[in-house]
Design a protein around this ligand. Structure first.
Ligand code: FES
Length: 104
């Protein structure tokens, strides 16, 4: 079963920028960005500790967490500093100009 939620419009997403979008009923905003021409949606919280990832940097297709500087590859979700950590990547569905993500 999927839990698909509306997040934002395609025009709301900036290239190579970490913009958080609030989703009703979800504690942490969802980050949607476009990197390397691809739309990517991820949780707004670091899987290491509860730190907001949108305050980090996007470098070379990876989010650099502002907490401890760990890098999470947006292509794979893998953490470059700790193999035991992974940043989920939400499946995206674009309907017209709307971006929907599957949270589950
Ligand atoms: S809180 Fe993100 S790397 Fe530690």
């Amino acid at each position: 079963m999927a839990l698909r939620v509306y997040v934002c419009r395609v025009g709301d997403v900036d290239d190579e920028a970490l913009r958080p979008f609030r989703v009703a009923g979800v504690t942490w905003p969802v980050i949607v960005t476009r990197t390397g021409g691809q739309l990517v949606a991820v949780p707004g919280v670091c899987p290491h500790e509860d730190v907001a990832l949108w305050d980090g940097e996007l470098e070379g297709g990876a989010i650099i967490c502002p907490g401890h500087g760990y890098a999470f590859d947006l292509g794979t979700g893998r953490c470059k500093h700790d193999a035991g950590l992974e940043l989920r990547r939400y499946p995206i569905t674009v309907v017209g100009d709307e971006i929907w993500v599957d949270l589950l």
